[in-house]
Design a protein around this ligand. Sequence first.
Ligand SMILES: Nc1nc2c(c(=O)[nH]1)N[C@H]1C(S)=C(S)[C@@H](COP(=O)(O)OP(=O)(O)OC[C@H]3O[C@@H](n4cnc5c(=O)[nH]c(N)nc54)[C@H](O)[C@@H]3O)O[C@H]1N2
Ligand SMILES: Nc1nc2c(c(=O)[nH]1)N[C@H]1C(S)=C(S)[C@@H](COP(=O)(O)OP(=O)(O)OC[C@H]3O[C@@H](n4cnc5c(=O)[nH]c(N)nc54)[C@H](O)[C@@H]3O)O[C@H]1N2
Ligand code: SF4
Ligand SMILES: [Mo]
Length: 700
Amino acid sequence: MAADSHCPYCALQCAMTLTPDPLAATPVTVAGRAFPTNRGGLCKKGWTSAELLRTPDRLTVPLVRRDGELRPATWDDALGMIAERLAALRREHGADAVGVFGGGGLTNEKAYVLGKFARLALGTSRIDYNGRFCMSSAAAAGNRAFGVDRGMPFPVTDLDDADTILLLGSNVAATMPPFLGHLSGARAAGGFIVVDPRRSQTAQLTADGAGIHLQPAPGTDLVLLLGLLHVVLADGLADTAYLEARTTGFDAVRRSVAGWWPERVQEHTGVPVGQLRVVARRLARGRGTFILTGRGVEQHVDGTDTATAAINLALALGLVGRPGSGYGTLTGQGNGQGGREHGQKCDQLPGYRKITDPAARAAVAAVWGVDPAVIPGPGVPAVELLGMLGQRPDGVRALLVHGSNVVVSGPDAGAIRSGLEALDLLVVCDFVLSETAELADVVLPVTQWAEEEGTMTNLEGRVLRRRRALDPPPGVRSELDILADLAHRLNAPSTWPTDPAEVFDELARASAGGVADYSGLSHAVLDAQAEIGEAAHWPYPAGSTGTPRLFLDRFGHDDGRARLVAVRARELTTGRRPGELTLITGRLLEHYQSGAQTRRVPELVTAQPEVRAELHPATAARLGIADGDRVVVGNSRGAVTARALLSTGMRLDTVFLPFHFAGRQCANLLTEAAVDPISAMPEFKRTAVTVRPAVEEEAA
Ligand SMILES: Nc1nc2c(c(=O)[nH]1)N[C@H]1C(S)=C(S)[C@@H](COP(=O)(O)OP(=O)(O)OC[C@H]3O[C@@H](n4cnc5c(=O)[nH]c(N)nc54)[C@H](O)[C@@H]3O)O[C@H]1N2
Ligand SMILES: Nc1nc2c(c(=O)[nH]1)N[C@H]1C(S)=C(S)[C@@H](COP(=O)(O)OP(=O)(O)OC[C@H]3O[C@@H](n4cnc5c(=O)[nH]c(N)nc54)[C@H](O)[C@@H]3O)O[C@H]1N2
Ligand code: SF4
Ligand SMILES: [Mo]
């Protein structure tokens, strides 16, 4: 059964055809398929994705910890034990003693059922997910400015014709390689502008007249953006007619950037005045201009305000909702977009509705067949939830994890490990024994992407079909099945379908009338669209044909206008003591996230076997470090041992570590659990560390 499906990894959701082949080394072969985002192309991770289907350490039987060891158990024993202990904890300590942690890689169907399960079967408010680490700042800024958060409010192919693209804090050359095809127009026109403290693979694409690379100090993008808007206004480049007709709040924003003249911006960011002026003019004069943000500017304690400053700039230039121009953020995980629309977020119900909104509660309760009063109120966001693990008396005593490897990917990973170890019960659903699953009391083996049906919503808000190409190994169950079984054992109200198409229909009803309205969609509608290129962008209310481009006539707020919001830069001390460097963390092409999946694919491990700390040669020389030496990157929270990789693309004051590795190589041993006050996004990209050569026993 050859199946047209999409890649299991990132939000570009490259299209692929999976063909079972009994003679091949993998159970299915993967071929790229024509589709707007990837045009038939795939990256290395996509090409090798089938290797994980029958990896030797694939989990195929439930594991339960006995006498300190994870040992095989029957499904009935494992689920019976989980239900019994969850019920007991709830009785003794209240429903909020149980927490749920979801993931942006889950299909829409799984994300929806997980949110419903937490609220109805567990009665807990304490559910959140790893999208909090990923999209939350851009989401908060989008909601605040536009009243809607859809990463890209336009199809990616709109970028193709632009002659100017400002890309802030995103390394698409490594994180979404086929996306580069959409940048070729801007590069050919000399208008590709990249903002990154590193000369990343993407920044290198500005060479040879293709554009400009601005290399600010980490965490100073907010000042840079205030400075760009200052120049736009000072030089009379703003679109005043647009501001007048389509926005509110401009006056306060104008006042807020008045003090950010270019020389002052240069002093704080290191970006030369001349570059600032050239970029501001280019943005204003481009015929087709886009401003795009990625995690580099969003994963900071001021990430929401920084994304807001980027939006303010885009609004002042009249780009948003104008055909051929726009603002967007590059959603990260495969279903990072859909994952935040259907109820995994602590403050949300399906359809991207607020859990505090009485009308939303009533609508969803009606679909679930329950009294609205049984739906708990808002819970706490991810970092706070993880900080409550094992805390007494009101903390979280049991945690269910679906689609995240938090002990590697969460900030201050050492503290997360302690929290997980202090739990009464940790249950992890996964298809491999991730580092988080290794700590669990019960591990439940689940299906993988090529073995299941469902939907994903990609970075353009396009709803796609994931299709089954082969049967799962015997013993493995789907999460829909597991959650329904547990719901029954816990005597939960409502019904618990396990067929993904049926779950989707319920999700569609529950989303009706919400911001992310899927009520006109079903698996059948999506399947019928295969011929026209899978073009279902939400909102897609019943009777509509979807919304490829948002904001053409109005924004999501009641008055139809976008809001410019004045934001302020934080106190600009570097916070570094003498001898300290700024650690920035990010990604390598070959590995995905915590690496739980890609560290099991031989070809990818051979290409990137271990963590390497990127340093400028002059910085390394000062510290007595040569290329390839073992070094220790450390601070008060922990220490990482890495091999040094010298690169003139680094600033003198920074060091870069990818966060894909575990154990002593885990970058998040160093990051801090400090969060953005609006989005609750942790600070992943600006951490004070020291770097020194490793002594002999550390190097071993
Ligand atoms: N290969 C691969 N691809 C992936 C993923 C993966 O793990 N591996 N993950 C997917 C997911 S979930 C996501 S969210 C996306 C993320 O995709 P990106 O946002 O492209 O990923 P990052 O590497 O985290 O960060 C991008 C860049 O931000 C820069 N940066 C760091 N600090 C700052 C700063 O203060 N200012 C600015 N302007 N830039 C800064 C880094 O140097 C880096 O080059 O990728 C998706 N695709
Ligand atoms: N220092 C630093 N830390 C970061 C970041 C950074 O830039 N720097 N980026 C952050 C970002 S943007 C993100 S998105 C997070 C991601 O980090 P994580 O949340 O850890 O994401 P993954 O590594 O993708 O973990 C997914 C796990 O779920 C499993 N899995 C995959 N699909 C399914 C499924 O359908 N069901 C179940 N039950 N399991 C499944 C996989 O095998 C894997 O073990 O990391 C964040 N952490
Ligand atoms: S770019 Fe993303 S979706 Fe495309 S093949 Fe690579 S990992 Fe998969
Ligand atoms: Mo992400």
